[in-house]
Design a protein around this ligand. Sequence first.
Ligand code: F6R
Length: 598
Amino acid sequence: MCGIIGVTGTDEPIMDVLMTGLSGLEYRGYDSAGIAVANGALDIHKREGKLSELEGVVSERSPEGVAGIGHTRWSTHGPPSDTNAHPHTDSTGTIAVVHNGIIENYQSLRATLEANGHTFESETDTEVIPHLIESAIDDGADRETAFRQAIHRLEGSYAVAAVFSGHETIYAARNESPLVLGIGADSYYLASDVPAFIEFTDRVVYLEDGQFARLSPAGVVVTDDQGSIVETAVERIEWDPEDAGKSGYDHYMLKEIHEQPTAIRKCLRERVSEMDGSITASELANLEHTGPVQFVACGTSYHAALYGARLLRERGTYAQCFLASEYTETMVPINEEALVVGVTQSGETADTMSALRAANRAGATTLALTNVVGSSAARECDHVLYIRAGPEIGVAATKTFVSQQIALAMLSRILATSQSPNSTFLRRLRELSDQVQSILDESNARAVAEAYVDADAYFFIGRGYNAPVALEGALKMKEISYKHAEGFAAGELKHGPLALVTENTPVFALITGDENAVKTIGNVKEVEARSAPVVAITDSPSDVDAYASHVLEVPSAGPRLSPILANVQLQLVSYWVANQLGRSIDKPRNLAKSVTVQ
Ligand code: F6R
């Protein structure tokens, strides 16, 4: 987590560039923020709290210069505070460093530095870095060598950038934390993610693990671990900066929920053949796989993976699903050729990356199903399937979840030994985008949210393809409303959770047209008998009218795809509950969008 930004050579006011960058990264962490501008002396400002706190400070002082770095923090070592906010400096205050990741050996480094007379101000792991640089300079190294020597002493994950007072060069390095360079006409950028500088340039270079970069007004030089210059490819990003704005919606989350029809269309574009009804993805042209499939993922992406694994199994591919944080290389089948699929919208989640790296080491074929071009997952896996959702800024995943489901539906067909032409499934996939739009246009989710905003807790139940959607419905609710919410496979309710059901715990029951609906209705009757209000999300209202206090209707899209539609209703309910409670919807407390620590 945490977001870093750096710029040099800019003729824009430097604070505008740094603050724009930080606001594009705030989704990565928002408990404190800071900047350092390399003027004659270093001009450093840091504040606990959201970026607006820092904005208040710098707007009064408006530091000037052409080179600077900035950071938005999601705390790991030491609570949010002005002191623990980055940038951190050395003893002389002439070296400033921002860092994303975790320095695992910082305690021993700090002890050694303290024994040599260095004093520390913060509780962070990061603060050792400027002191290590200072120490190397004291030993006679030049700035760049000192930076390299400091980095070589770090163990753990890091994207680091350093500036020195009175100099316009920024030094940067990465290992297991994302870092991308932006190449402008005469200005150069570095950041944890592209939205930080997309307003200034769409030309990027993705740094690899173990690489270093030197950015100055004269240009960018990338070197390897040993210092040899590396030729890098400049890629062009296709995102429109407009995509990253709120477009009149009160929150990014609401905007992104409304972008789902477009996200579905983009995901399917040029991948579904009208002619013969086949599904292909050009990225996967070289993927020939018939063995078992393992999915690794976290959070919402794990729910998408559960959905995908079920689809694959139904199409004859043996598929399992693992929480990435629980996956080790001993789980990769050794006798058969396994395909391990990392489902990760950011492509940077540390747990998922660790699972994919374990799979790579064990010799499995790996595939990243991701939203972010050039992300670590995309670069380190043997294959990549892009979900094409466009930038998602709201911390709670919405449109990327639907895009993951669509991409997984496609993958299930691509991996199936034979594709049945002109299937109903393909027609329904193509209709899905309009069906989501009709839900967005007609949903009564806001009224349902108003009816239950004061509930003690919320339960979500579903079977089959609806079971992962029940888990996702609960995750979304707890994430943004901060209220207790649990999702269950509907059959599990009677095995324990039913004890929690009262007249003040609405139960959201996913009942869409398949053979499971009857059984789920049975579970609905069980909760109704305990006086719990039931909200049915269904494509067949007449079947549930007798039992449901409220109905959220979805168009019928068949057993496999209707759950995607039902999820949209649940997103809207969570949004409106959180909205009425006045929660920080786009940046829920304690969370960050890209979780780059294990
Ligand atoms: C919830 C949410 C998280 C992410 C999880 C994995 O709304 O966004 O649960 O799904 O942190 O992130 P990615 O998909 O980037 O690997």
